[in-house]
Design a protein around this ligand. Structure first.
Ligand SMILES: [Zn+2]
Length: 74
């Protein structure tokens, strides 16, 4: 009897893990839509910049900083 319970909870947790994996997959396949505001500093990103670089998430300053090797997530 306890075997059945173990098996059931095992399947349940597997299902949960698959759900998490699918959710993560969904997040990674974001369409390349530029953000209106910088992810880092929250400054508005000029429309011209958003058009020039589909999927950009940072303002010019933050992008330049990142390209120079600035670490956002140390
Ligand atoms: Zn910024």
């Amino acid at each position: 009897m306890s075997d059945d319970v173990d098996r059931a909870s095992k399947y349940e947790s597997m299902e949960r893990l698959n759900g998490i994996a699918l959710a993560a997959k969904d997040m990674s396949k974001r369409s390349p839509v530029s953000l209106t505001h910088c992810l880092e500093c929250g400054d508005p990103i000029p429309e011209k910049r958003r058009e020039a670089e589909p999927g950009c998430e940072l303002c010019v300053e933050c992008k330049a900083w990142k390209e120079k090797g600035g670490a956002f997530w140390p």
